[in-house]
Design a protein around this ligand. Structure first.
Ligand code: CO
Length: 152
C-alpha cells in the first residue's frame, strides 16, 4: 500500500495529454492499487493518474457505493445537462459551478484487458466526465461558469 502525493496546480503534468495504456501489466496494477489508496486517503470521489504525476490514461472512482477502475476510458454517449458544484484535489480550496452531461456512457478496459461499458447519471456521470477531462489536460476550472473559494 502506498499513498501518492497529489499533484496540484500549476504542475504541468495536469495540462498534458496522458498516454494510453498499451500493456496492462504488474506496473499498471501497482499504480491502480496506489491510486485507490490515495483516493481513500484523500476522501476523493475520483482520481486520474496525472494527479499523482503519472501521465497515463488511468482513472479510479468511488462515488460512495461502488469502487471502479478505468483503463483508457472514453465517453461514448452524453445525454442531458446538469449544473452542479464540484472541486478537485489538484485545485485545493476552490469550488466551481460546472455544466456537465446528466448521463454518460463510458467505454474502458478492466485489469483483464476486457472492454467494459459503464453508464452513469448525476454524480457518477459528473465524476466520469471530470476524471476523463484530466486525461486530456482539462481542469474543472476551465469549464466552470463561476468559481469561488471553498466555504470554510
Ligand atoms: Co480533479
Amino acid at each position: 500500500m502506498a499513498v501518492y502525493k497529489v499533484v496540484t496546480m500549476p504542475d504541468e503534468v495536469l495540462r498534458a495529454e496522458a498516454r494510453p495504456v498499451n500493456k496492462i501489466n504488474e506496473g499498471v496494477f501497482r499504480v491502480l492499487d496506489n491510486m485507490k489508496d490515495t483516493l481513500y486517503a484523500e476522501n476523493g470521489v475520483g482520481l486520474a493518474a496525472p494527479q499523482i504525476g503519472i501521465s497515463k490514461r488511468l482513472v479510479v472512482i468511488d462515488t460512495g457505493d461502488n469502487y471502479m477502475e478505468l483503463i483508457n476510458p472514453q465517453v461514448i454517449e452524453k445525454e442531458g445537462e446538469e449544473i452542479a458544484s464540484e472541486g478537485c484535489l489538484s485545485v485545493p480550496g476552490i469550488v466551481g459551478i460546472v455544466k456537465r452531461a446528466e448521463k454518460v456512457v463510458v467505454k474502458a478496459l478492466n485489469r483483464q484487458g476486457e472492454e467494459m461499458t459503464l453508464e452513469g447519471t448525476g454524480l457518477l456521470a459528473r465524476a466520469f466526465q471530470h476524471e476523463i477531462d484530466h486525461l486530456d489536460g482539462i481542469l474543472f476550472i476551465d469549464k466552470a461558469i463561476e468559481t469561488s473559494k471553498e466555504p470554510i
